[in-house]
Write a new protein. Sequence first.
Length: 204
Amino acid sequence: MTSILHIIASPRGHESNSRTLATTYINAKLEKDPSITIDTLDLWHENLPEFSGDQASAKMTFFGVGEMNNSLKTVWDEIVEIVSRFTSADEIVISVPMWNGSIPYKLKHYIDIITQPGLLFGFDPEAGYSGLLENKKATVFYTSGVFSPGANEKYGTNFHSTYLAWWFDMIGINEVKAVRFQPSLLTGTPEEDFNNALVRASTV
């Protein structure tokens, strides 16, 4: 049975273009295979822990800094539980608007929690980082108000899809598809452009 984790990075609810695109994609998948299970992770309604000193200290024990005492183990177990929800999915679907050239801070918070050594990536001083995930894929729905790929820099710089592409590669997810609705504001035919994006989402 295939499982999908849909990570919602927009706070706009059903008014979110990226969420609507992702939902269209998921519904199309369900029409073809009703046995697919969907786990929806709305980052704006999820009680995620702060990644503070204890979490950072627990992480650094994997690099040989300090020891994993009982207090740090409790903190680490909470992280492992959150990571397990991510790694249990066969496919990761992310609906993500561009904020100030990059991703919303809630998504960055989530990524910082789950991107842990020994869980999502390995590290070797000679070889560098290596992804630990296997046989997983991702589909990402990117939206932005004025930025579009190839546009003049006065319309923004892309630390949005480039960051997520780097992150997926780092953790071992190499099969990544993207659907874009960019821009959503600087277009003379917004309704037509969005409908075209919906078609792409349903057939990707």
